[in-house]
Every structure is written in structure tokens, then in C-alpha cells.
Ligand binder design. Structure first.
Ligand SMILES: CC(C)(COP(=O)([O-])OP(=O)([O-])OC[C@H]1O[C@@H](n2cnc3c(N)ncnc32)[C@H](O)[C@@H]1OP(=O)([O-])[O-])[C@@H](O)C(=O)NCCC(=O)NCCSC(=O)C[C@@](C)(O)CC(=O)[O-]
Length: 287
């Protein structure tokens, strides 16, 4: 039997957060519902961050309220602090994610805090999630290259990943935020992180700016990772990471994994339909 590799769907959150046009909540809900029908176990739906920081995600509660929940799917939300956590829980998020940076420059730009201060701010979120029995994911951004500080030392990634582990994150997703990583850099970064955490606690989150995301997935598969983040239609980018382009496209990743003999468990036609819809959201005139 083929080995299972999970694709963790990012389209509604990481995929759409950087879109300049405000996409109506109804379209986001329709996208999540299409994704729910495609067989994902996890979909990151939105984030609960200040609207002044990411205007596109300001309708998170409305989107969460409107989706048709499907049994077996966990709906996740990004939460930078306790206020975001409580809002996510009130909106019905099954799972929350905290996010940190492996570089000081990106930490300042994305979280307005040093790495150490941002981790301190996440601790109560993690403690509350543990107390509530809510699934907790942690992200480490800029794991090989930072748009402000240049190359990221692998040890810096391992330190932040260990801090997120110590907080109680069930899974830690390693982000090539600006999509510039080369497979050798991913391999060196993973070698350091694997000193702290086993491969089954890690996910790869690779943007495809330089067209190397699939090669980076291959480098990670070789290191034992079996969860990868992706966004239908290859949408995405982080508003606080200059030069960050789309996530690796879910449909391309699914085909890539299938060609390598892995079972992703997704309905190919359903993800293609969701990808077409996601891409169409970019082109629509202002609502
Ligand atoms: C961490 C902060 C909040 C600090 O931001 P700050 O401005 O330093 O925080 P603050 O505590 O001073 O709050 C500013 C205002 O926001 C309010 N506020 C405070 N918290 C919330 C909240 N949760 N929801 C709604 N409102 C909130 C707060 O009450 C205050 O309101 P005011 O007094 O000015 O009226 C901010 O820097 C932030 O939210 N940053 C996140 C930016 C972001 O969402 N970036 C994109 C996601 S990360 C990403 O894409 C990377 C990833 C995960 O995909 C992996 C990868 O690719 O690398």
C-alpha cells in the first residue's frame, strides 16, 4: 500500500491574505466548502490578527460562521496572541496556530517584536490551547532565507522550533516564506531541526517564488517529513515579506506526490475545481 503524505491546505488563509482586493466573505466560504469536499484533513481558514495588519482576514469570524463543516476536517486559524485565540475559539476554530520567525528582521516586520518577545507572547496562547484541548500548530518562518537578514543559520531555526515544541505545539511547520530555498539549504536546515524534533512532528511549508518548492518537498521527503502545506491555485504570499510569492500549488504537489507513489487521499478533480475558483478570485472586479 502506498505511503500516506498529507497536504495541509493553506489557500483560504495564506493563499488569500496578500490579495489587494478585499474578497467577499461569501467567496471565501465557497472556497472553503469546495476544499472540504476534496478530502483534506486540515484546512487553514483564516487568521485572527488586527485588521490594520492584514485587512483581507478581517472577516475571519464571518467566514468561520458561514462554512459547511464536514466531519473529519479540522478547521484551523492563525492566532498571534490571546485576543486572537479567544476570537478564533469563539468563531469555532478546531485548531489554532502560533507563528514565529527564525530571523530578527522578519520577526520585527511581521510581529512587531523580537523573536524572544514574540515567543513570550505566544506562551499564554499555547497554554490556553493545551488547557482547552485544542490542537496547536507552530510555524517557523524564513527557515533558509530572510528578506531583511539574508541567509538563516540552521541552528536559529532549530532553536525556535524547540521553543515551539516546549510550548506544546503538536506540529511545527517550517516556512520558506519567500520561496528562495534550495534543496541543499532545506536539507541542512532539517538536519539541525531533526536534532530537536522527530520528522513526524514537522511539516514543510514551501513557497514557490523561485520554482524550487517541489524540489524542496523531495529533499524533505528524503528526511522523513510526511506533511506539506500548499495552497490551491498556488496563491499566496506574506504581506510582511517583500518578494514572497505563491505557496506551492496544491494540485501540482498532489500530482508530484502521486507520481512518486505516495497516497495523498485527495480528489484530484475536486482540487482542480477549487484551484480554478481560487484563481478566479484574483481576477474579479471589485465587489
Ligand atoms: C502580533 C501583532 C498583533 C502585534 O501588533 P502590535 O501592533 O504590536 O500589537 P498591539 O498589541 O499594540 O495591538 C495593536 C492594535 O491591534 C489590536 N489587536 C491586538 N491583537 C489583536 C487581534 N488578535 N485581533 C484584533 N485586534 C488585535 C490591539 O487591541 C490594538 O488596537 P488599538 O489599541 O490600536 O485599537 C501583529 O504584529 C500581528 O498580528 N502580526 C501578524 C501579521 C500577519 O498576520 N502576518 C501574516 C501571517 S504569518 C505568515 O503568513 C507566515 C506563515 C505562517 O504563513 C509561514 C511562512 O510562510 O513563513
Amino acid at each position: 500500500m502506498a505511503e500516506r503524505v498529507e497536504i495541509f491546505e493553506m489557500g483560504p488563509r495564506d493563499g488569500l491574505q496578500n490579495e489587494a482586493r478585499l474578497i467577499p466573505a461569501a467567496d471565501k466560504i465557497a472556497l472553503v466548502d469546495m476544499l472540504s469536499a476534496a478530502g483534506f484533513a486540515h484546512i487553514e481558514v483564516t487568521s485572527f490578527v488586527p485588521a490594520a495588519w492584514v485587512p483581507q482576514m478581517a472577516d475571519g469570524a464571518q467566514v468561520m460562521a458561514g462554512i459547511a463543516r464536514r466531519a473529519g476536517v479540522r478547521y484551523a486559524a492563525l492566532t498571534p496572541n490571546l485576543r486572537g485565540y479567544h476570537a478564533a475559539r469563539a468563531a469555532g476554530a478546531d485548531m489554532v496556530a502560533v507563528f514565529a520567525s527564525a530571523s530578527e528582521g522578519f520577526s520585527r516586520a511581521n510581529l512587531n517584536a523580537s523573536i524572544a518577545d514574540s515567543l513570550t507572547r505566544m506562551e499564554p496562547v499555547a497554554a490556553q490551547a493545551r488547557a482547552d484541548g485544542v490542537g496547536l500548530r507552530g510555524y517557523v518562518s524564513v527557515v533558509t532565507d530572510c528578506p531583511f537578514d539574508g541567509p538563516t543559520p540552521p541552528d536559529a531555526v532549530a532553536r525556535v522550533a524547540a521553543a515551539l515544541r516546549d510550548m506544546g505545539c503538536d506540529q511545527i511547520s517550517l516556512g520558506d516564506t519567500i520561496g528562495q530555498a534550495r534543496p541543499e539549504a532545506i536539507d541542512a536546515m532539517l538536519a539541525a531541526v531533526l536534532e530537536e524534533l522527530p520528522a513526524d512532528r514537522l511539516a514543510g511549508h514551501y513557497h514557490d517564488t523561485a520554482g524550487r518548492a517541489l524540489a524542496n518537498v523531495d529533499a524533505s521527503l528524503a528526511r522523513g517529513l510526511r506533511v506539506f502545506d500548499a495552497a490551491v491555485g498556488g496563491l499566496g504570499g506574506c504581506p510582511y515579506a517583500p518578494g514572497a510569492a505563491g505557496n506551492v500549488a496544491t494540485e501540482a504537489l498532489a500530482d508530484h506526490l502521486a507520481a512518486r507513489g505516495y497516497d495523498h487521499g485527495l480528489d484530484r478533480a475536486a482540487i482542480r475545481r477549487a484551484a480554478d475558483f481560487a484563481r478566479s478570485l484574483r481576477k474579479r472586479p471589485d465587489a
